[in-house]
Design a protein around this ligand. Structure first.
Ligand code: BEZ
Ligand code: FE
Length: 285
């Protein structure tokens, strides 16, 4: 019979999980056991605290569904998602850095033409974003697809609403000179979903539960590392306190404010508008 003590239980559990057949699974699971036990020892975890954690995990699973990923949100606010992104996307310093995907990307967005409006019919300050997609050596990448999504004026994403049509999301393709132009509305900072177990935890702290204003981009070009990133508004609120640790100085862009008049696509607009410019630089595979 194996005698279990407080002192030997970690070694025993590591040995048991060390029988995993695959080497990587073995490495991950034995390290998980070791760190979990160290954590419990360090904080001298009580049985009530253990049960509270189990109940919290249960609620996190129960509130999750096709549209809501509460475990991802938990990983985001704990800084784990961004740590994993950074460890796995160590790009050249001049390449555009990656950030978290977030829970609101939807596959299959409509393909729009150069400068077409992905905010059609929605209230907000019109905004054009222009620039190029290129490789590290400056070669323009034509035919690159920019999958773009953002929240509305109220901070709501399509996935949080009951809507039939694609809303504030689209795919734009770069022209042969690598240039792109999209029209949208200027995004605003917003609160992450606070009505679940993640919100319950955050309310027990002084953590700000807001994200700074941003537009999401996913650019997947053969021969290059897929890029998942955002652009943030320079001087915007919450840049220093992004609840999911997603901000990077290289991704902060200045907005230019314009009076009614000509727009970057050669058209005209009858209301004030803003523009931002950004060149995405892709890391070769
Ligand atoms: C987002 O930017 O869409 C997002 C990212 C992480 C958590 C919540 C929202
Ligand atoms: Fe977002």
């Amino acid at each position: 019979m194996q005698l279990v003590t407080e002192d030997n239980i970690t070694e025993l559990a590591e040995q048991r999980w060390g029988t995993a057949h695959d080497a990587r699974t073995r490495e991950v699971l034995t390290a998980l056991v070791r760190h979990l036990h160290d954590f419990a020892r360090e904080v001298r975890l009580t049985e009530d605290e253990w049960m509270a954690a189990i109940q919290w995990l249960k609620r996190t699973g129960q509130i999750s569904d096709e549209k809501r990923e509460e475990f991802i949100l938990a990983s985001d606010v704990l800084g784990l998602s961004m740590l994993v992104v950074q460890m796995n996307h160590r790009f050249d310093p001049s390449a555009t850095p990656a950030t978290v995907l977030g829970p609101f990307h939807i596959d299959g967005s409509p393909e729009l033409d150069y400068a077409a409006d992905m905010s059609e019919g929605l209230p907000g300050l019109p905004m054009y974003i222009t620039g190029t997609v290129r490789s590290l050596d400056g070669t323009p990448i034509g035919g690159a697809v920019l999958d773009v999504w953002q929240a509305d004026e109220e901070g709501a994403y399509e996935g949080q609403l009951e809507v039939e049509e694609a809303r504030l999301r689209a795919k734009y393709t770069t022209r042969t000179d690598g240039s792109y132009c999209l029209r949208t509305i200027a995004p605003k900072g917003y609160a992450i979903p606070m009505d679940g177990p993640v919100g319950d935890l955050i309310r027990q702290t002084d953590i700000s539960y807001f994200r700074p204003a941003h537009v999401h981009f996913l650019i997947n070009v053969p021969g290059f590392e897929p890029l998942i990133t955002h652009l943030f508004e320079a001087g915007g609120k919450y840049l220093d306190s992004d609840v999911v640790f997603g901000t990077k100085q290289e991704l902060v862009v200045d907005y230019q404010h314009h009076e009614p008049g000509p727009t970057p696509d050669g058209g005209t607009i009858e209301v004030p508008w803003v523009s931002a410019s950004y060149d995405f630089v892709l890391q070769p595979e």
